[in-house]
Write a protein that binds this ligand. Sequence first.
Ligand SMILES: NC(=O)c1ccc[n+]([C@@H]2O[C@H](COP(=O)([O-])OP(=O)(O)OC[C@H]3O[C@@H](n4cnc5c(N)ncnc54)[C@H](OP(=O)(O)O)[C@@H]3O)[C@@H](O)[C@H]2O)c1
Length: 344
Amino acid sequence: MSMNINRRVLVVERPRYIVPTANCFQLDNSAVPAISDGQLRLRTLWLSLDVMLYARVKRISSDAEPVALGDVMVGPTVGRVEESNNPAYKVGELLSGFWGWQDYGVSDGSRVRKLDFCSGHPSQALSAYGASAFGAYVALHELAPPKSGESVVVGTATGGLGQIAGQIAKLKGCRVVGIAGGAEKCRIAVDLLGFDACVDHRSSDFAGKLRTACSQGIDVFVDTIGGKALDAVMPLLNRNARIAACGLMDTPRIGEPVYSGKYQYSMSLLNELINRRLQLRGLVVFDHIRQYAAAFHRDMQAWLAAGSVKPLEEVVNGLENAPEAFQGLFEGRNLGKLLIKVAD
Ligand SMILES: NC(=O)c1ccc[n+]([C@@H]2O[C@H](COP(=O)([O-])OP(=O)(O)OC[C@H]3O[C@@H](n4cnc5c(N)ncnc54)[C@H](OP(=O)(O)O)[C@@H]3O)[C@@H](O)[C@H]2O)c1
């Protein structure tokens, strides 16, 4: 690749169905951006691909504005300062930011963060310290905090949020059961991430297997799936159980009716909430930054240093592969926090 070219991934189409497919994006070449006074140019090293970025491709909430068609796809990034006209930043420094899916970003020094705390593992700024990991922390400290000895079930157990939620729940002394797609993911959840058990949501009699794995019932559910996972969990919830509603990965496939799950948006969910005194709280990570960011950073640094949290990363090489990899998040192709390695 010529060093004079800035490859950029543009949003060119809105998803036609539920899943954002790779054809929504297009690779384009432009000139490497020049910088003016006070600015710095960053060479992108890593991108974080997150389910949350769906809201930047298609309007699904009033919280996030989709990227305009023809503009560069946004997303969390890590890069190295290549040229600086800003005295606060030196050439060679590693920074994280949100300049998106392109080889080079320009910043005025705002909305970037120095990565001294993880300079040996810069990708961890997007995995262990990233938004999904922060979501896991908030789920288990604010929305649905478990007590030692309680039974916790975590969805998408090997993904960005789920793997960290499971490991934090273990550190809190809980019995932790994961839900993941496939036998290999379940094996990794137990053998590598320390879950006590993990149930494959694609296996036959998933609900029965979950019941067997949760013989003491469920006190806390970190729900990233909704749909069939929520259906299987609901009958197992103990009185006073808490649900952190983080996401809805069990989206209908093409041709399926929307919201086909038994409990989603249904009176029966509310009936169960009342009868079993359940608590249900929804997660939007940005609401909790002011209160929890510093504690999360401090705790994660200590856990990583002690080896008690082991971030599992799925690394895909090449900016050009970001669209296909992003689609794969919605098809369960990633095993670990999904990252794109753009450059060394
Ligand atoms: N609300 C917030 O502020 C916030 C912030 C961060 C994350 N989240 C939520 O956390 C969840 C995970 O996000 P992430 O970025 O960390 O992604 P991730 O878990 O690394 O990847 C997404 C995973 O979803 C699972 N999946 C895909 N289609 C599925 C289906 N039909 N049924 C069940 N599972 C399916 C796959 O895992 P399996 O193969 O194991 O099924 C896939 O690996 C999402 O629900 C996301 O919305 C919410």
